[in-house]
Design a protein around this ligand. Structure first.
Ligand code: NAD
Length: 358
């Protein structure tokens, strides 16, 4: 079709006019007749390398919702991978299905077939609704997969927790001039894979812990293991502490919670902590230092990206520990330029992408 015969809005509107469209390189709608697979695979940016990002299985209410998520999440992976110093671009896939009812090995194999057809521009991995066993099924159809027994170091959570731990130290150094945890109090909200491991590292470094989770046994375990003080999950942000570490769900930093925060630092593993960009400005206005979530929680993607079959984790640890230096640069530039840390994080990622694109 030439420019004259090209249909305008109706077709292009599916992606090019979408509010979340941000110069994505590829948006692939994949269907499989036998299994009923409906997936959207997005490659946002490959200037730094092939696009790595997880596959999410979720019962989206509509294909439009799935597209919105895939466009937004794949762009987020470009920034996360760039800032983490990985030679990888950003991508993401979503499968429209209920992970508890519709997910089968055949469905995941059919997805793997479509990943293979992208010829390496997209590398998949686990995300919400996808288990290691699911990824093994995907790996039967494609080599463009990470985080399987053959390619990975297993659970990425310990590396995420390590990155958050050193990130908290970097934040303490920036605010107080010392990164020591002895005598500091940290409120850890969410004691799952990452939060519990983080609490353990903080305790070993001498921090006092305030813990919360909606799952009571996890709280009991932390109280017993670390002498932690338990609070209601809804109070975690408002307690007297030096650091608030959100390690549960996203959007916990919002117009309701921010005015009640007493800590001078917010630094935790949860994704998408800021409900809106205005909430980042609100934290800054209150003099609270915020460690951008995608910068501090990159240890998991680093482990997925850099693990090699049979290799040790030395490189993964090195890159994860480097999160502290990255955050220090972010905090210093944010202070010098009087803008929020998340704006600087975005800018640093964009600078790396622009340099690679030359
Ligand atoms: P998880 O599911 O193992 O743990 C989450 C914990 O939060 C659970 O114990 C749950 O009971 C608790 N929780 C849920 N709602 C809560 C609430 N309202 N208040 C308090 N606690 C609540 O998840 P995870 O792997 O530990 O990940 C934690 C967060 O970090 C998530 O936002 C995740 O997206 C993000 N993250 C994780 C990784 C990783 O490697 N696992 C990497 C990057 C980001």
């Amino acid at each position: 079709m030439n420019a004259l015969t090209r249909p305008a809005a109706p077709l292009a509107g599916a992606a090019f006019d979408h509010p979340e469209f941000d110069a994505h390189e590829q948006v692939v709608f994949a269907h499989d007749r036998d299994t009923g697979l409906m997936a959207i695979l997005c490659v946002h940016d490959t200037r730094l390398g092939p696009a790595l990002g997880g596959c999410r299985v979720w019962p989206y209410a509509s294909a439009a919702d799935a597209l919105t998520d895939a466009l937004r999440l794949s762009r987020g992976m470009t920034y996360k991978n760039a800032l983490a110093g990985l030679d990888l671009g950003g991508g993401k896939a979503v499968i429209i299905a209920d992970p508890r009812k519709d997910k089968t090995a055949d469905l995941m194999r059919a997805f793997g077939h479509h990943v293979e057809r992208m010829n390496g521009s997209y590398i998949t991995a686990e995300d919400v609704g996808v288990s290691p066993a699911d990824m093994e099924a995907v790996a039967e159809r494609t080599d463009h997969v990470r985080g399987t027994a053959r390619t990975g170091l297993g659970d990425p959570s310990p590396y995420t927790a390590l990155g958050v731990f050193v990130g908290i130290r970097a934040a303490l150094a920036h605010v107080y001039g010392s990164d020591t945890l002895a005598g500091r109090t940290v409120s850890v909200q969410g004691l799952g894979h990452v939060g519990f491991d983080l609490a353990s590292q903080l305790h070993a470094a001498g921090a006092k812990l305030i813990v919360s989770d909606i799952h009571a046994p996890a709280v009991d375990r932390a109280v017993a293991a670390f002498g932690a003080i338990a609070v209601d999950p809804g109070e975690a942000h408002a307690v007297e502490a030096d650091v608030f570490a959100p390690c549960a769900l996203g959007a916990g930093l919002n117009a309701t919670t921010i005015p009640a925060i007493r800590a001078r630092i917010v630094a935790g593993a949860a994704n998408n902590q800021l409900a809106t960009p205005a909430d980042g400005e609100a934290l800054k206005a209150r003099g609270i230092l915020y460690a951008p979530d995608y910068a501090i929680n990159a240890g998991g993607v680093i482990s997925i990206a850099l693990a090699r079959p049979g290799g040790d984790d030395a490189l993964v640890r090195e890159k994860t520990l480097a999160i502290a230096a990255t955050l220090t640069r972010i905090f210093e530039r944010a202070r010098a330029e009087d803008v929020t840390p998340e704006r600087i994080a975005d800018r640093m990622a964009e600078e790396r992408l622009a340099a690679a694109g030359r």
